[in-house]
Design a protein around this ligand. Structure first.
Ligand SMILES: [Fe+2]
Length: 263
């Protein structure tokens, strides 16, 4: 897969956390609150961006809620994903490339393999990229994706396949194995929509056939709580993100990505 080239402007805007000196050292990385055990790998799935889509998409930045040339913001609950790319020794890795792809809030992908009848959001940037800065940190702004099923089997069939909300991540670091994984949502995150209750998401997370086999001790590395209010503000301050650049109604979560050295 070709790695998209980020423009100088995009590199500058993704390297926003120079003031976050507390994230610089190995000990500080360990103090992020999450052990630096390897991030569990997950399937790529059928909807990564195609070479044709990569060639055609000019808006290749870290903010998926806005598409260049469109006046409206994407529909859905906005989230900030903040984190650090680390090696297995908890050392931060600058200049890592992170690619994400996901469904919009309706659960629809922008991909020829997604033949579901659900609506597509024309204001959502279905693929995004970020570079880690000198402290190994990255920022992504997106919306919580909808859950989806392309399975013709009825929901009460034990073989029915349904995906809980998730975001696909791919990480490239020189001298390291490519990491492909998926980020999931801690159910308490879903306190903003009466039609998507925490209980419902808990059930979807439990039933999801890709999340379920992840060992219990590793699930909290990829199932991430998204915070509001003072807790959110504390997290964005920790990463040096200017509050003025965060949507007032956005939630924020911390997703650490740990990669393996290839030599
Ligand atoms: Fe997916």
């Amino acid at each position: 897969m070709k790695i998209p080239l980020l423009s100088r402007r995009q590199l500058l805007t993704s390297s926003f956390m120079g003031a976050a000196g507390l994230l610089a050292s190995k000990s500080a990385a360990a103090a992020l609150g999450r052990a630096c055990g390897l991030t569990p790998t997950q399937a790529t799935g059928p909807f990564p961006p195609t070479p044709e889509q990569l060639a055609q998409q000019s808006d290749q930045d870290w903010d998926l809620t806005r598409v260049t040339g469109k006046a409206e913001r994407a529909k859905g609950q906005v989230i900030e994903i903040l984190g650090q790319v680390q090696n297995e020794n908890c050392n931060p890795i600058p200049n890592a490339t992170i690619e994400v792809w996901q469904a919009c809030t309706s659960g629809k992908y922008n991909h020829p393999n997604d033949d579901s009848a659900t609506w597509q959001d024309p204001n959502f940037q279905y693929f995004g990229w970020a570079k880690t800065d000198a402290k190994g940190c990255y920022r992504l702004k997106t919306v919580i994706p909808g859950h989806y099923s392309n399975d013709p089997l009825p929901k009460d069939d034990p073989e029915h396949w349904e995906r809980t909300p998730h975001i696909h991540f791919r990480v490239w670091v020189a001298g390291h194995f490519e990491l492909v994984t998926q980020m999931y949502f801690e159910p308490s995150t879903f306190d903003y929509d009466p039609t998507l209750t925490p209980e419902y998401i808990e059930k979807l997370n439990f039933l999801d056939r890709l999340l379920r086999p992840v060992p219990a001790g590793e699930k909290d590395r990829i199932v991430i709580p998204f915070l509001s209010g003072a807790a959110r503000d504390g997290l964005i301050a920790k990463y040096g993100v200017p509050k003025s650049s965060v949507d007032p109604d956005a939630k924020a979560g911390e997703f650490t990505l740990v990669v393996t050295r290839a030599k």
